[in-house]
Write a protein that binds this ligand. Structure first.
Ligand code: NDP
Ligand code: 2IT
Length: 444
């Protein structure tokens, strides 16, 4: 059996009940087969793949907190410090009831290669909790965040591990966590990114993942002589990534006709009203049913359905495995040109394969959504030089980073004979730098 297949089997056997982690490992290892096969003897001797798929450290802790009625609750907190070959661990904190160790490991594993693709010196990590911020008061969220950070602060720091936002963790949560970190450790340092602008945050970090997704998508299309101008775009999600993806798509002259949350989805033939969406989600923290109050002509549908709409470009920006084979078939039947992932691993393996076989330009999340973490790294730079850059400066750097990522994954795919396969291109391009650093640092 090949070394790659052996390791995939081992990962499944040693990490049962973690299907998302298996999926992420399978995709990466399948892509880098060509490099592994060519170096099999050295890789086996150095247990290179075993070291790649086993996190350097996994931290799991209880998070007790008290609700507004005086009742105590206990959630589980996680931080997986996956790989520090190229820099301090870096990656978000997810707060969602579906969080478990397998989800955090899949996200942490993806983050290694994503962070490498940014070209910046950041290693891979991820964390979070099964706490659900939905429907909680600000005081309850603060109580949770303070308790979570009371334990997490022992393991993080500006040069060791720098968490940030993800699903359920936005500016409010980062603020509470930063306050508690500073209070316990006595350090005002850039140990979290996505901070507010008044206490060390970077301009353009809020917009970065969504804007970056569109900078990459625009570059991809431009290189195939297609313009974003006038294109119809279907977006899923209605959170940080979705909102700013929609905003930049509209700035580029496209029409965004959908968005969604976990209860339903919107079809707005006139183009999504971004100001309304921001007010509903960022200010009121309300459901998408409210959108009809702003745009009476828009349709609200319960459940799933965003991918049934005719669109030229599809941007899944909600969560993992939200775009399945049936969705992929509908998108293809409706003439989609490109699918670029704003979320992490939103497309199932079967759907990805179908899209690629049907000639759709498909860019995986680790390349397409890397603008968020890249701008987090720019926030770290600004923090360590005690400076803040203008919006235009950060945005220009972000755009350049995303264009470079597109060209790097395109070139890597071509170099290894997988022209146009951006999954293989992204995994190889991300892996090469990590491999070089791991080889240089010995068996650690
Ligand atoms: P938010 O919490 O801001 O928004 C998440 C959105 O997705 C919400 O509309 C939410 O709906 C929906 N959603 C979440 N979970 C589910 C689910 N299980 N089923 C259906 N809908 C769901 O998160 P972000 O926008 O930050 O993150 C979205 C995706 O992008 C995630 O995959 C994240 O890992 C990825 N990402 C985020 C980055 C960032 O900088 N924030 C960077 C790179 C990737 P509802 O509110 O109803 O739950
Ligand atoms: O998935 C991701 O890349 C993020 N949630 C952002 C991580 C970060 O450190 O900004």
């Amino acid at each position: 059996m090949s070394y790659v297949d052996e390791i995939i089997e081992q990962v499944i056997a040693k990490n049962p009940d973690e299907p998302e982690f298996h999926q992420a490992v399978r995709e990466v290892l399948d892509s880098i087969r060509v490099i592994v096969d060519a170096n099999e003897e050295q890789f086996r001797r150095d247990a290179l793949l075993e070291r790649l798929v086993n996190p350097e450290r996994q931290i799991k802790f209880r998070v007790p907190w008290v609700d507004d009625k005086g009742n105590a609750h206990v959630n589980t907190g996680y931080r997986v410090q996956f790989n520090s070959a190229i820099g301090p661990y870096k990656g978000g904190l997810r707060l969602h009831p579906s969080v478990n160790i397998g989800i955090i490991k899949f996200l942490g594993f993806e983050q290694i290669f994503k962070n490498s693709l940014t070209g910046l010196p950041i290693g891979g990590g991820k964390g979070g909790s099964d706490f659900d911020p939905k429907g909680k008061s600000d005081r309850e969220v603060m109580a949770f965040c303070q308790s979570f950070m009371t334990e997490l602060c022992k393991y993080i720091g500006a040069d060791t591990d720098v968490p940030a936002g993800d699903i359920g963790t936005g500016a409010r949560e980062i603020g509470y966590m930063f306050g508690q970190y500073k209070r316990i450790r006595g350090l005002f340092e850039g140990t979290l990114t996505g901070k507010g602008l008044s206490y060390g945050g970077s301009l353009a970090r809020t917009e970065a993942t969504g804007y970056g997704l569109l900078y990459l998508t625009d570059e991809l299309l431009r290189c195939h002589d297609i313009s974003m101008e006038g294109k119809t775009v279907a977006i899923s999600g209605a959170g940080n990534v979705a909102i700013y993806a929609a905003e930049k798509a509209q700035q580029l002259g496209a029409k965004v006709v959908t968005c969604s949350d976990s209860t339903g989805w919107i079809y707005d033939a006139e183009g999504i009203d971004i100001a309304a969406l921001k007010e509903i989600k960022e200010v009121k923290r309300a459901r998408l049913t409210e959108y009809k109050n702003y745009r009476p002509n828009a349709e609200y549908h319960e459940g799933k359905g965003v991918w049934s709409v005719k669109a030229d470009v599809a941007l899944p920006c909600a969560t993992q495995n939200e775009l399945d084979i049936e969705d992929a078939k509908q998108l293809v039947a409706n003439g989609v040109i490109a699918v670029c992932e704003g979320a992490n691993m939103p497309t199932t393996e079967e759907a990805t394969k179908y899209l690629q076989e049907n000639g759709i330009y498909f860019v995986p999340g680790k390349a397409a959504n890397a603008g968020g973490v890249a701008t987090s790294a720019l926030e770290m730079s600004q923090n360590s030089e005690h400076m803040s850059w203008t919006f235009e400066e950060v945005d220009a750097k972000l755009k350049k980073i995303m264009e470079n990522i597109y060209h790097n994954i395109d070139n890597a795919a071509k170099k290894y004979g997988f022209d146009g396969n951006y999954v293989v291109g992204a995994n190889i391009a991300g892996f090469e730098k990590v491999l070089d650093a791991m080889n240089a640092q010995g068996i650690v």
